[in-house]
Design a protein around this ligand. Structure first.
Ligand SMILES: [Zn+2]
Length: 722
């Protein structure tokens, strides 16, 4: 997908001007777990240095003010200008041995304008997208140079339709998020929400018009993004039994289960999931082909995504046409018909891969693989179908990638809400034969991603992804960023990792590049070329934030590493009078709806109370909807720094004296959270609060510290009560 260069650059510079005129820079509003420390330190950083998110993989801030115009582009291998030659020389030895890949670029913003050395047109556009993030008022632009290139070739986002009323938000998504993350494929699952001309009965009231889709086309072209429409075909018509979706509502004669009999082919759970159309229903496929042709025309796309995931109803006994048929043969015939239609029009076909995988043999089970007899279809379809192989959980291995590649298919691994799952899948498939890149899917309407990333105030840092639209959106953006530049690389490792210390702490800083010169500050400010140089470990005797960067001459790396150390004063013990072993507890019953967070127990009346030897839940009056508060003293053997890990299902909190040491609140599975506190030897007032809503209930407290080298459960002998 090579696009003309000029319009993108004009747009890039136009947006620069808007930024200079006072429009908020979207990059400043984003909230990225993976480099939060880099963009939002405790001390405010100059806007210019926060602007580049994600941070290009190589680059330096230079001294003095720069100018983004004029913008000059030269090609790798044909650099003639002195500025271009100097730029190439500045990165000598730091670029890939095989040269810059497609879309790669070098960029320098100098005093007299911006110089780009690009691999291709797309590389020049990527440079312009990076430049757009900088404040660009003439004379106020920071000077810098950047070298950047993608790890993966196809970096895609798949979204659900949010309707034409949300067009302004989708355009923001394209220009402000996808451009920033250097996404290059956008799969728009419009399904039947379009005002079709070819079959007026299928024209969706309030659906997209051709003109509105044209806005998407233009925005994607400007940002170097390949736009691909999708209709989910065959299965996944609507949701649940009550909603058969638009096609089967208008054309009930296409139903696979016309009389509503319980289908025999379903998920393991046996619940009704989604309707399917009958691939043997006369006229059905021809109608969908006509609709797909209209969409291809409106989207001006060279490819079409047919969906076809989670087809649980196929070859159903309830269908007079398909009864007794072979599911794999019926699926393969459908895929061949779609492929032939698209191929005749010169279009590439994409599909979800789950129905082509044997759920039992691969170990994937019956969602992201098939247990309903469709898997042998993998041997009956053309190899030029692009397989979007989706798996969302972190696994030890992903055999499907090799299976598809071995059969001759191009594979596009697809990830979703779990960042851990996304990283595991990407790591397992990166660089394998026939792997195209990564597709991040959000499974929420497109405009919600804009809201989550650009409109809602930044969320508090989260421990887990996967919860809610904000988490899903951040995971998708992080996946795209890492598909371009690889996972977070701490260019300077600052050790130790533990933030608290008692008397002093000795800090080391180790650069990834052994010969690099590190300069650092201890007050949270950004280090520059004149900051102290790191030559030997730094001893801290007071609290400090260590910020370090690599400096080459007067050039300061774009990457900054940071760690905060806090001097702790050990707490005096307060329980000398407690001589009875054990803990007191009080149990509370929640209202019928149950708690989702720890309540204010002080305002509630206990259901009953008693004593225990450790934090166990044996006293619980029922399996669900209750809370427990344990009180007493914990005795530590020596003065020092202790790490307590409180694990629970659902939420819990550990307090020593008035201090919250661990907050593990909220609804979750068994999960441990560590917390650190300095204590003097003796008995310290301890309180553990816990609540249980439904499902499993567990509570456990472990410690490590002076004399307790390896983390283990706090023994009963450490607990005392008044
Ligand atoms: Zn049928």
């Amino acid at each position: 997908m090579v696009r003309p260069l000029a319009p993108g650059l004009i747009l890039a510079l136009a947006v620069c001007a808007a930024t200079a005129a006072g429009t908020a820079n979207p990059a400043e509003k984003s909230d990225y777990d993976f480099n939060a420390a880099l963009i939002a330190g405790p001390v405010a950083q100059p806007a210019a240095r926060r602007a580049l998110v994600p941070i290009p993989r190589l680059g330096e801030w230079l001294e003095g003010a720069g100018s983004a115009t004029p913008f000059t582009v030269e090609r790798v291998g044909a650099v003639k200008s002195p500025a271009g030659k100097a730029l190439v020389k500045a990165f000598a030895g730091r670029l890939p041995a095989a040269g810059l890949p497609a879309e790669g670029y070098l960029l320098e913003v100098g005093a007299a304008g911006a110089v780009v050395v690009a691999k291709d047109d797309a590389g020049a556009l990527r440079a312009a997208q990076t430049l757009r993030q900088l404040p660009s008022e003439p004379g106020a632009c920071p000077r810098l140079r950047v070298a950047d290139w993608p790890d993966l070739k196809w970096r895609g986002l798949h979204v659900l339709d949010s309707g034409p009323d949300s067009l302004p938000r989708i355009l923001r998504l394209i220009h402000e998020v996808l451009a920033r993350e250097k996404c290059n494929v956008f799969i728009y699952e419009i399904d039947f929400n379009y005002r079709f001309d070819s079959h007026p009965e299928m024209a969706a009231p309030g659906g997209w018009t051709r003109t509105q889709v044209g806005e998407l086309v233009r925005a994607c072209a400007e940002e170097g993004i390949r736009l691909i429409p999708q209709i989910n075909c065959l299965g996944h018509q609507g949701w649940g039994r009550e909603d058969p979706g638009r096609l089967l509502t208008v054309h009930p004669e296409f139903e696979e289960i016309p009389d509503g009999k319980i289908p025999q082919t379903q998920t393991a759970s046996g619940d009704f999931y989604c309707h399917s159309w009958c691939p043997r229903a006369p006229g059905c496929h021809q109608l969908v082909f006509d609709l797909a042709d209209e969409l291809l025309d409106a989207f001006q796309s060279d490819a079409f995504h047919v969906g076809m995931d989670e087809v649980f109803i196929i070859a159903s006994d309830a269908c007079p046409r398909c009864k007794g048929g072979n599911p794999a043969e019926i699926l393969a015939k459908t895929l061949n018909e779609f492929h032939d239609h698209l191929k005749a029009k010169g279009r590439t076909m994409l599909m979800w891969g789950d129905r082509l995988l044997d759920g039992k043999a691969t170990g994937y089970g019956d969602w992201d693989a098939s247990t309903n007899g469709t898997a042998p279809a993998i041997n009956m379809i053309p190899k030029d179908i692009v397989i979007c192989d989706w798996h969302y959980d972190a696994r030890d291995s992903y055999p499907s990638v090799g299976i598809f590649a071995k059969k001759g298919f191009q594979v596009w691994p697809t990830v979703y809400s779990s960042l851990r799952g996304a990283r595991a899948f990407m790591a397992a498939s990166l660089g394998k034969p026939k792997v195209l890149g990564v597709l991040t899917s959000i499974w929420i309407p497109a405009d919600r991603m804009t809201v989550a990333l650009l409109e809602e105030p930044p969320a508090q840092p989260r421990r887990r992804h996967g919860g809610g639209e904000a988490g899903i959106s951040r995971t998708a953006a992080t996946g795209l960023a890492e598909a371009w530049g690889g996972p977070e690389k701490e260019r300077i490792a600052i050790r130790p990792e533990k933030p608290g210390f008692l008397d002093s702490v000795t800090v080391t800083m180790k650069p990834a590049d052994r010969d690099a010169v590190i300069r650092y500050t201890l007050d949270g400010s950004l280090p520059g070329a004149d900051s102290p140089r790191y030559t030997s470990p730094v001893r801290l005797e007071t609290s400090a934030t260590v910020t370090a960067t690599v400096v080459r001459g007067k050039a300061v790396s774009l990457w900054t590493a940071e760690r905060t150390y806090e001097k702790l004063v050990p707490r005096e013990p307060d329980g000398a009078a407690a001589v009875t072993p054990g803990l007191n507890w009080a149990v509370y019953l929640s209202p019928e709806a149950g708690w989702e967070r720890l309540p204010d127990f002080a305002k509630l009346t206990p259901d009953k109370s008693g004593t225990a030897t450790v934090f166990d839940l044996a006293m619980a009056p029922r399996a669900e909807n209750y809370g427990v508060v344990f009180t007493g003293f914990v005795e530590v053997p020596r003065d020092g720094l202790y790490v307590f890990t409180l694990s629970s299902d659902d939420g819990s909190r550990l307090m020593i004296g008035d201090q919250v040491v661990v907050n593990n609140d909220g609804l979750h599975q068994m999960e441990g959270v560590p917390g650190e506190i300095a204590l003097k030897a003796g008995k310290h007032a301890v309180k553990v609060l816990f609540f249980q809503k439904e499902g499993g209930a567990e509570l456990e407290l472990a410690w490590e510290g002076p004399g307790i080298k390896k983390r283990r459960e706090v023994p009963a002998s450490a607990f005392w009560r008044p």
